[in-house]
Design a binder for this molecule. Structure first.
Ligand code: ZN
Length: 228
């Protein structure tokens, strides 16, 4: 059985990672337009760097929760038959032991050079404008997909959805496209669809089944059921 799992902010929130809150449109007190758009970066690169530098540094204060651990356990059992796509830019899946995670919205622990396009693993601050390891120019930006930009590896994601027998959405609001459309894509190609979320998402009616509660409870139970 081929399984595609999509994870979103809800799974990280249970580890204490601050998330964008739709209700007031703020992200750790910042307007999204001020920190998560290419226009904001062009206007105020230092302010945008400081925002992501703080988030990168804060990764040291959070830890994977039982939902991350359960998905790593599932990967151990299924190998290449499990494909995890995350909208999250933290590294909690990897720290739980997952090795095949596609970060469709980029990663805090990566920098991308606007001159030569090289993506480099990155653990330090970017606010002091360090040189690109490849070309030497001081044109590194956070390797994060901002609003108005195209997520990474959509072709690979669509191929995985085409081949999936089961699509599971974990901790996503169902409001942010293109990820919100994955359930329709998977259903159209014959996959069963399951939602695991704290509350019914905006897309809940598109799923064959929805279970509501904390990811740290629902995901281990679901994985335990699959693996017997
Ligand atoms: Zn470069």
């Amino acid at each position: 059985m081929k399984i595609v799992v999509l994870t979103g902010a809800g799974i990280s929130a249970e580890s204490g990672v601050p998330t964008f809150r739709d209700a007031d449109g703020l992200w750790e007190g910042h307007r999204v337009e001020d920190v998560a758009t290419p226009e904001a970066y062009d206007a105020q690169p230092l302010a945008v760097h400081r925002f992501y530098d703080a988030r990168r540094a804060a990764l040291g204060d959070v830890h994977p929760n039982p939902a991350h651990v359960a998905l790593a356990r599932l990967e151990d059992a299924l190998g290449d038959d499990l494909f995890v796509v995350t909208q999250n830019i933290d590294d909690l899946h990897e720290r739980a032991g997952s090795k095949r995670v596609l970060h469709m919205h980029g990663e805090l622990l990566s920098a991308v050079c606007r001159s030569c396009r090289q993506r480099s693993e990155w653990t330090e601050d970017l606010g002091d404008f360090p040189p690109c390891p490849r070309c030497g120019l001081t044109d590194l930006r956070p390797d994060v997909v901002w609003f108005g930009e195209i997520p990474y590896e959509m072709d690979r994601i669509h191929d995985a959805l085409d081949a999936a027998d089961l699509f599971v959405s974990i901790g996503t609001s169902g409001a942010v496209y293109p990820a919100a459309g994955f359930v329709m894509h998977a259903a159209a190609t014959g996959a069963r669809t399951l939602e695991l979320n704290l509350q019914p998402s905006e897309g809940t009616s598109f799923f064959d089944e929805s279970r509501h509660g904390p990811a740290g409870v629902l995901v281990p139970a679901w994985v335990g059921g699959l693996l017997g």
